[in-house]
Design a protein around this ligand. Structure first.
Ligand SMILES: Nc1ncnc2c1ncn2[C@@H]1O[C@H](COP(=O)(O)OP(=O)(O)OP(=O)(O)O)[C@@H](O)[C@H]1O
Ligand SMILES: [Mg+2]
Length: 310
């Protein structure tokens, strides 16, 4: 077992630590910091193994006339660099879970940790992509991506180089100066993904990002996303209604029940990477799809025929 020992003189910054956490390939290696308040060995091990830790998290919304129980007692760990999809019926609390993790909504109970920090307010160190691209119509594709750097006060030259690199990675190198109205829906969504990734966040949260796209564009964007993910080495939580999309993209699929949303099952997807579209026709892929479908049938979310209550 390798271990990382840091003396008082050489105590690193939190960002340096995160770099070490991300670079280490040995999940069993440990860290000992002897500075007060620094990371202990047990912290290091848990940070490395479970980049995200959600414990007993529930959320209720108090409305004018009623209380809506959106999420109930969610427990979930996500490893550093993992691609996890969340799938479940409409209204089961998927977006709520994402908003809680981003610190944009407070949980009613339970705890959430991202990296070495408890979530208790908006987390700057992540990227979010929603179903609608929310691009600014008066800015070009490049300027839309650079918005992220402007908000964060980052160096413009470095940010421009990275924005161009990201846009090229998703095939938009010839559309840097195009305005959103000159772009297709898929291109617009690519721009918003690049904007979310400009500051190289360790965590990307995606809420049905391809839900409004046609099937062919959706296929291509899944490939583009996996390419970005493997190059950027980030952790992804991806919300979708598509079983096929979840199987294709994920290391694990979290299947949720109807409201109040609970985790019904977590399915590990042991398909090789890099994933190819042709994999969707393999027996292994279809077996995973059937496995997820079976959970929804058991929950009564999916029925083959009217009156079919198997
Ligand atoms: N800000 C809010 N105030 C009150 N109720 C809310 C709020 N946000 C969500 N809800 C309720 O919480 C429940 C879960 O909503 P949520 O948007 O998380 O579902 P979802 O799983 O993302 O659904 P969909 O698949 O349709 O996007 C719903 O009943 C919704 O009406
Ligand atoms: Mg939603």
């Amino acid at each position: 077992m390798s271990s990382l020992r840091i003396t008082e003189d050489a105590a690193p910054s939190q960002s340096t630590l995160r770099g070490w956490f991300k670079r280490s390939s040995n999940p069993a290696c440990g860290a000992v910091l002897n500075r007060a308040g620094a990371v202990s060995q047990s912290d290091y091990v848990s940070i490395h193994k479970d980049y995200i830790s959600i414990r007993g998290t529930s959320k209720s919304f108090v409305g004018r006339n009623a209380v809506v129980h959106a999420l109930s007692e969610v427990d979930l760990d996500i490893a550093d660099g993992e691609f996890v999809s969340v799938i479940g019926p409409s209204g089961c609390g998927k977006s709520t879970l994402l908003m809680l993790l981003a610190g944009l909504e407070p949980a009613s109970s339970g705890t959430m940790r991202v990296g070495n920090k408890n979530v208790d307010g908006p987390t700057p160190d992540l990227g979010i992509v929603f179903q609608q691209d929310v691009l600014l119509e008066w800015r070009t594709a490049l300027q839309n991506v650079l918005l992220q750097a402007e908000i964060r006060g980052q160096d413009k030259t470095a940010a421009t180089a990275r924005a161009k690199e990201l846009l090229a990675m998703v095939g938009l190198q010839n559309f840097l100066d195009a305005y959103p109205y000159e772009l297709s829906g898929g291109m617009r969504q690519r721009v918003s993904i690049c904007r979310a990734l400009l500051h190289a966040p360790p965590l990307l949260l995606m809420d049905e990002p391809f839900g409004a796209l046609d099937a062919l564009t959706r296929d291509q964007l899944q490939i583009d996303l996996l390419r970005l993910w493997s190059k950027q080495k980030m952790t992804v939580m991806f919300i979708t209604h598509s079983i096929s999309e979840a199987v294709f993209l994920s290391d694990r699929i979290v299947v949720m029940s109807s409201r109040p949303g609970r985790i019904e099952e977590i399915i590990k997807i042991d398909l090789p990477r890099p994933r190819r579209l042709s994999m969707r026709e393999t027996p292994e892929f279809l077996a995973y799809m059937q496995k997820v479908t079976a959970v929804f049938k058991t929950l009564g979310v999916l029925r083959d025929e009217e009156g079919d209550d198997e």
